[in-house]
Design a protein around this ligand. Structure first.
Ligand code: UDP
Length: 287
């Protein structure tokens, strides 16, 4: 396994336990530049997924999504590797169809502050389909819904890590807007299981939604985190970011039917495991 990372948001600590494995190699590389490797399968997960990080350098975000996909597809074509592209529920934008099926084309603002990510991922999907149709590249597209779990960065900026870190520090929990917007949170091991199955299933290009269909409001999430951590944090309200989707829930019937996949970690259990991780991370005792 060769792991490429430019370490913009990733951390070497997250793979420290793998470094002594002779089958694992890590290379500091940025996918906007081509790279030549001999591989059978390519998983392209490059691109920060947290709005705070992908909006800090939006031009770079577009380059990572578009040039990164072109470079990896060029490599896949050359060495005849199968390539899986991490796409996102963001391709549905602020959805008018609920829950979202893969057949829904989405409701995306092409000129907003989220567009570098949303449209970047949409173009990555287009590139995947065109390399498949034009050059016969063997492709898989997974549309990932909000995912959380251990090894997220303390300063990631997304809602689950923000709330848990704030709760553990007994600092105010920051709800953006009125907290009635919804998300459906998938625990990381469930996601990995779904992605693995998609890569190794024959005759299915995708896109396939992978996410947990249990939908919660952001206020419900805040209350759950406070109760699970026994925190003294109060809830405060901050302005809602531009184009923040009001609702999000995957229809996972395609994944169930074609991959035999369903998530199995309930939100409460996943939050407890994630809070245990952040407790160690905050005290500097992660191993
Ligand atoms: N959010 C929030 N407080 C935070 C971080 C996020 O209320 O400290 C909200 C955000 O406005 C959005 C939801 O939580 O409605 C999920 O945000 P996140 O950045 O995790 O993911 P995305 O918006 O990309 O789904």
């Amino acid at each position: 396994m060769i792991c490429l990372d430019n370490f913009f948001t990733g951390s070497k600590n997250n793979v420290a336990h793998l470094l002594s494995n002779p089958s694992f190699e890590i290379v500091r590389h940025d996918l906007v530049h081509p790279i030549l490797l001999e591989v059978d399968q390519i998983y392209n997960f490059a691109c920060p997924a947290s709005p705070v990080h992908y909006q800090s350098n939006p031009v770079k975000t577009v380059k990572t999504n578009v040039m990164g996909a072109i470079n990896m597809l060029g490599l896949a074509k050359r060495v005849r590797a199968r390539m899986l592209q991490a796409s996102t529920s963001e391709v549905y934008g602020d959805p008018k169809e609920h829950p979202q099926k893969e057949s829904y084309w989405g409701h995306v603002n092409p000129i907003g502050t989220r567009s570098c990510y949303d449209e970047g991922k949409r173009l990555a999907e287009t590139l995947m389909m065109d390399y498949h149709r034009q050059n016969g590249v063997d492709i898989r597209i997974v549309r990932i819904f909000n995912t959380y779990g251990p090894r997220m960065a303390i300063d990631d900026g997304r809602v689950v890590s923000n709330f848990i870190v704030q709760a553990l520090r007994n600092q105010p929990i920051t709800i953006y807007g009125d907290g009635t917007q919804t998300r459906s949170f998938c625990y990381v091991s469930d996601l990995i299981d779904g992605v693995w199955r998609l890569m190794n299933t024959e005759g299915l290009t995708g896109p396939v939604n992978i996410g947990n269909p249990n939908e919660f409001t952001i206020r419900e999430l805040a209350e759950m985190v406070i109760s699970l951590t026994g925190s003294h944090s109060e809830i405060v309200r901050l302005p809602l970011p531009q184009d923040d989707p009001t609702q999000r829930q995957p229809d996972i019937s395609l994944a169930a039917q074609k991959l035999g996949w369903a998530p199995c970690v309930p939100l409460k259990e996943g939050l407890v495991r994630t809070a245990e991780y952040f407790e160690k991370a905050l005290s500097g005792t992660v191993t």
